[in-house]
Every structure is written in C-alpha cells, then in structure tokens.
Ligand binder design. Structure first.
Ligand code: HPA
Ligand SMILES: [Zn+2]
Length: 355
C-alpha cells in the first residue's frame, strides 16, 4: 500500500489550513467499524459472499478494479442504513473525523434512491443528516450544505419521482444542490436534461453539479455544462484531454472537485503524480481537493492534501492559492466565505516563511 508522507511541519500547515470539502458522499464515509454494528442494530443480513469481519472488509477495500467494482460494495454498505439515527451516526462520524483534519466547511452528497428503494422515506434520510449538520456547526464549527444526487444507473422515471419527492426540501432550502453520481460511462449527462431543468424550477437558488470526466471522456464534462447547466464539475480529471474545454473552464470559472486518493484507488490514474493539477493551475482553472468516499479509499481530506504535497511539493503560496479558490468556489454565503478567508490569512501569518 502506498504511504504518503511529508515533513511534520508541512503536515501541520496543511492540517491548519481552513479546508472546504465539495466532493464527499456521506454513504461513502461508512467505515467498516460502523457498518457491522449498524447491520446488527437493524437486523440486516449481509450477502453470503460479503466479507465477515472489519479486517477482511478493509483488506478488500484496498483493491478495487474500477468504479463499478467499488460501487458494488458501496450499495451493499447503504443497506445497513434504515433509521434516522443511522443517518445521523454516519454523518456525525464523518464530521468528527474531518474536524480533526481541519475541515471548516462541507458540501456533502447523499443518494436518496439507495434508501428509498428499500422503503426508507427521504425525510428520514434528510432529517438524520440535518441533525448531524446542526451539531457539526454548534460543536465543531463546521458549516455545511446538502447535495442530493440522482443515481444515473436507475430508470429516468425513478429519478423524476425522486426529484418530485424532494420538491419541498429544495423549496425550503433544506437541500442546496442537485448532483449526479454512480456508473458514469453508460449513462451520459444528456439523459438527465429534464431532471436538471426541473430542479432549477424548484427554486432559482438551487445549485447544479454533476460527476463528469471521471471514467467518461472530456465530452461528458462539456455535455454536463451545455445540457445540464451545471456550474461545478465533480472530478473532471479528463477535462485535461481537451485544451479548448480547459480554456472554457477557466473563462466560465467552473470549479472541478478533484479527488486524488479516489482516482488512484479506482485506477483512473496509477499515481497521484499523474493528476493534472499543475496544468490546471497554469490554465487558471479552479479546483478543490476532496476525499470522495473516504471509508473506501483510505483517506479523509487532510490525507488527500498530504498525498498531493508528497507528489507536487507545492510551496506555501501555491497552497494559499488553492485554498483561496476552494473557499471562493464554495456555496456558502459571503459572510462565511469572509470568515474562512480570515482563517486562511491567520494560518499564513502563523507559518510565515518557515516552510
Ligand atoms: O466516486 C464516485 N463516482 C461515482 N459515483 C459515486 N458514488 C459514490 N461515489 C462515487
Ligand atoms: Zn464522487
């Protein structure tokens, strides 16, 4: 297993940076040591061939062949979540772990269809997550937003029904944005044009994002922009294939929510060093660094920052630039952004030119 290490002082600087996460699937933060107790609490029988112990499961998580191989485990994991308190426990565990890594603001995904398909009401899911968000703000000073994702492998009629059932949650601002995840290549953005238009009709403030260019090529990114009217792209690694698209991303200030450890684990790239961060910086493209499904990919937000540092060896000013653009690309209000910028200034001052 690859170990990413940087100097203790650099790690301390990276930990102190006020980090915002834009690409985190709450269901992907289900650690094996919570999965089995929840299965027991809810009397869920896991499939016969599913690993029987935390250790066996952790071992299996070290070798995913591709996105689909991972998703097969991810959806089985979802099955242990039933009650409001399960969703609360899951999200609260994520916030606590990430607080210890210097997380200050999180815009987090969830997949209602992986729960409603098992008879769990969307309100139960959202209510559990919301309670954790409130506690995270009060006790950990982490602000957050919920992004509802549609599962692109499910029938479009099911996606439309899910959207309809979430209408009030969007209208009342309990849900902040719409996203799109699951198997990318067979289910391109154009299938979801109507769903995205509907979400925007719920409320003009609803934000739109979509996974694109993780396993799909750069045309998936282009089509998500043109047909879904997203203002953010989740992953978008493959945008680097097309110089014209790169120029457009910079011009239109589209943020890419990059996930270094995920990309290695799902074999999008062989090593973090292959990711086009320097190309994006040179082209003036905004990106953030995120953990995606930390329980499955072996690292939370700071672990991703450290992995990038071990391969790119950025100086403090480059990190300042990356964190600044991450704050700017967040969907929190101007007051919160200002607080985050002040935290960043304080960290830069604390470390001076020492690194
Ligand atoms: O990394 C991902 N990609 C696509 N779908 C997902 N659903 C959870 N995680 C992912
Ligand atoms: Zn993702």
């Amino acid at each position: 297993m690859t170990v990413y290490e940087c100097s203790a002082s650099m790690r301390s600087f990276l930990k102190d940076l006020p980090k915002c996460e834009h690409h985190l699937h709450l269901e992907g933060s289900l650690e094996p040591d919570l999965l089995y107790p929840l299965a027991q609490r809810n009397n869920i029988t896991l499939p016969e061939q599913f690993p029987k112990t935390v250790q066996e499961l952790e071992e299996r998580y070290t070798r995913f062949e591709d996105l689909q191989d991972f998703l097969n485990f991810y959806y089985i994991g979802c099955e242990v979540l039933l009650q409001e308190e399960d969703f609360f426990d899951l999200a609260w565990a994520y916030f606590k772990r990430s607080a210890a890594q210097g997380l200050k603001h999180a815009e987090v995904f969830f997949d209602p269809q992986s729960h409603t398909s098992r008879g769990v009401a969307i309100e139960t899911v959202v209510s559990g997550f919301q309670k954790a968000c409130v506690k995270a703000l009060q006790e950990l000073h982490i602000s957050s937003k919920l992004i509802m994702c549609l599962l692109r492998h499910t029938p479009i009629e099911e996606c439309k029904a899910t959207l309809e059932s979430s209408r009030v949650l969007f209208e009342t601002g309990q849900l902040h944005a719409l996203g799109l995840d699951s198997a990318e290549k067979p289910f391109p953005p154009e299938l979801f044009t109507e769903c995205y238009a509907t979400a925007k009709e719920f409320h003009p403030d609803v934000k739109l994002t979509a996974h694109a260019g993780e396993e799909g090529d750069s045309t998936y990114v282009e089509n998500a922009l043109d047909l879904l009217n997203v203002t953010r792209i989740d992953h978008g690694v493959n945008s680097a294939q097309d110089p014209e698209l790169m120029a457009r991303l910079a011009r239109e200030n589209i943020m890419l929510t990059m996930c270094p450890l995920s990309n290695v684990k799902l074999q999008v790239v062989k090593d973090v060093s292959e990711l086009p961060f320097d190309k994006f910086l040179d082209a003036g493209i905004s990106f953030s660094l995120n953990s995606d499904d930390p329980a499955y990919f072996g690292g939370y937000i700071l672990d991703n920052y450290v992995a990038v540092q071990t391969r790119f060896n950025w100086d403090m000013q480059t990190w300042k630039k990356v964190v600044k653009q991450t704050i700017e690309g967040s969907w929190c209000d101007a007051k919160r952004k200002n607080e985050l910028h002040l935290l960043l200034d304080a960290v830069m001052e604390k470390y001076g030119n020492t690194l």
